[in-house]
Design a protein around this ligand. Structure first.
Ligand code: LLP
Length: 411
């Protein structure tokens, strides 16, 4: 949805420089159409089987974004009581919400059960005990799946690998059958599914298929014990193209290869996050100052690592584009923020055209884990978010004020 027209960068039918002038910077800007297109791709991919597309709302939990997903028929993958709250407020049907997380508190479990969400993805034997107890107290049966760690190590940043042996996630593979047999004996537990999520920003289908085959073995063994696993929740993790030349498998290919591993009567849940919202959102920033130092050009912008931490935390690459096309000479540049750390950068050693002070840059594909991971470090108020729909723009999050910074402080 990004396109240069007569030298100006547009998102859908709106000039990015106009958004910068109207709403200020730094600002996250989203394309509604891109979200719709990405979700439709998953719909097509899931058309062959029964199931749910549960948007992983940890990627972006802004209410207006969640509401778009509700309108498209999405469910939600949540990871905390706070996320369940946001999803309910946005209008998600609780029967389409799943909840995974290694450290659910008793309060969160009670809240999830009272909210009648579809299922809790259980990650330890002790958690199962707590869920059983709370469900008993509420006089209900809790729907659960076990999140199984399939011991698959996809090629991605080590911080976002979850399916590898030795991570904190899920029930260890060798204990999977025992977990189901334990659940069978619990009075207040109803087993509905099995879950695995191997990691994020994965650009190959193969590790998903290896994980699916390992999960299938568990399903077969458990079902031989007279239990029924109706839902296969295959997690999220499909990557997006951040850098030119990167190849990304389609949701259709991913899902059809996963489907082929399992029997026809199974229902499926998929939990995409990044591949729904990642390339639909971008961070718009202004060049405050320029300087040369150590033989390099520095573009100092008003977007910092508190607004987008991915480059700092994962050495992640986000393409950076000036919103005005120029034939100016390209120079090696670091695009940095105003935060007091050398790790505060959006991009390093980029060949960028010489831009003027006051011009705008777009840090692209920042819709996933951008605003969701932002903070107010250096007492920088949370930035604004704008949704673009065709020719229209809508402020979906106000820029916070200095007063907001101290909202919950007791002096
Ligand atoms: N399901 C579960 C259980 C997850 O833990 C995650 C992401 C997803 C689904 C969605 O994965 P996706 O489709 O977005 O890859 N902050 C990191 C990524 C952390 C991923 C956490 N789990 C980043 O900025 O790259």
């Amino acid at each position: 949805m990004l396109e240069f027209r007569k030298g100006d960068l547009y998102i859908e039918n709106v000039k990015l420089s106009d958004i910068a002038k109207e709403y200020g910077t730094s600002t996250y800007v989203y394309s509604k159409q891109q979200i719709v297109n990405n979700f439709e791709n998953y719909k097509k991919a899931m058309a062959l089987r029964d199931g749910l597309i549960c948007f992983a709302c940890k990627t972006n939990s802004s209410g207006a974004i969640l509401k778009i997903l509700v309108s498209l028929g999405a469910g939600a993958d949540t990871t905390s009581g706070g996320e369940i709250y946001r999803c309910l407020k946005a209008g998600f049907n609780p029967s389409k919400i799943v909840y995974a997380g290694v450290g659910k508190t008793a309060e969160e479990i009670e809240y999830a059960l009272k909210s009648k969400i579809f299922m809790l993805n259980v990650e330890s034997f002790e958690e199962l005990d707590v869920i059983d107890k709370i469900a008993g107290k509420l006089k209900i049966k809790a729907n659960i799946a076990f999140r199984i760690n399939p011991y698959v190590n996809p090629d991605t940043h080590s911080y976002i690998v979850t399916g590898k042996k030795g991570t904190k996630f899920g029930i260890p593979y060798e204990d999977a059958v025992k977990a189901y047999l334990t659940a069978k004996k619990k009075k207040n537990i109803s087993v509905v599914g099995i879950h695995s999520h191997i990691g994020s920003q994965i650009l190959e289908v193969e590790p998903f298929v290896v994980a699916a085959k390992r999960i299938k073995k568990i399903v077969d063994k458990v079902e031989r014990h007279g239990m029924r696993i109706s839902y296969i929740d295959c997690g999220g993790g499909l990557g997006i193209k951040y850098e030119k030349g990167e190849k990304v498998p389609s949701p259709k290919r991913l899902m059809s290869e996963i489907f082929s591993v399992f029997d026809k009567d199974k229902k499926f849940i998929v939990e995409p996050g990044r591949s729904i919202i990642g390339d639909a959102g971008h961070l718009l920033a202004k060049v405050l100052y320029r300087k040369m130092s150590g033989g390099k050009s520095f573009l100092i912008t008003d977007a910092g690592m508190n607004d987008l931490i991915r480059p700092t935390l994962y050495d992640a690459y986000h393409e950076i584009v000036p919103v005005k096309k120029t034939n100016a000479k390209k120079v090696r540049s670091d695009v940095v923020g105003p935060i007091c750390e050398s790790g505060d950068f959006m991009g390093k050693d980029r060949m960028l055209p010489i831009v003027e002070q006051g011009e705008y840059l777009l840090v692209t594909c920042a819709g996933a884990y951008g605003t969701a991971m932002s903070s107010e470090y250096n007492s920088r108020p949370s930035l604004a978010e704008v949704l673009v729909d065709g020719k229209q723009t809508k402020l979906i999050r106000k820029r916070a004020s200095y007063k907001d910074l101290m909202l919950n402080e007791i002096l």
